[in-house]
Design a protein around this ligand. Structure first.
Ligand SMILES: [Zn+2]
Length: 107
């Protein structure tokens, strides 16, 4: 399992709260079956999709195999059409961070 964060932001004007086209894209995305795109882009699972309405930001956590394919996924589902996106590999605190610092510092 490899976790990635998809960090996104959009403008106030492009916000689904204010923009019909963006709203329809999100609505359609919520109703459509994206499992084929996920499989093609080697997204094993969407862990969660967090949104901060008034900051106009999002954080999606995915279990995936390749950051370049996550980029392709974001384009294909339309997320990239009105978001600036950053894809970041993630580690978990208990399973990754703590064992690493224990190993490095001999704790
Ligand atoms: Zn917004």
């Amino acid at each position: 399992m490899s976790l990635f964060g998809i960090y996104g932001s959009h403008t106030v004007e492009a916000c689904p709260l204010n923009n019909r086209k963006s709203a329809e894209l999100f609505y359609d995305l919520s109703k459509s079956d994206i499992t084929k795109v996920m499989k093609k882009c080697k997204i094993n699972k969407i862990i969660e999709r967090y949104h901060s309405g008034l900051e106009h930001t999002l954080l999606w956590i995915v279990d995936a195999e390749d950051a370049h394919l996550i980029e392709k996924f974001c384009v294909e589902i339309g997320l990239a059409s009105f978001h600036t996106l950053k894809i970041v590999p993630l580690s978990t605190f208990n399973e990754d961070v703590i064992p690493t610092i224990k190993r490095i510092h001999g704790l």
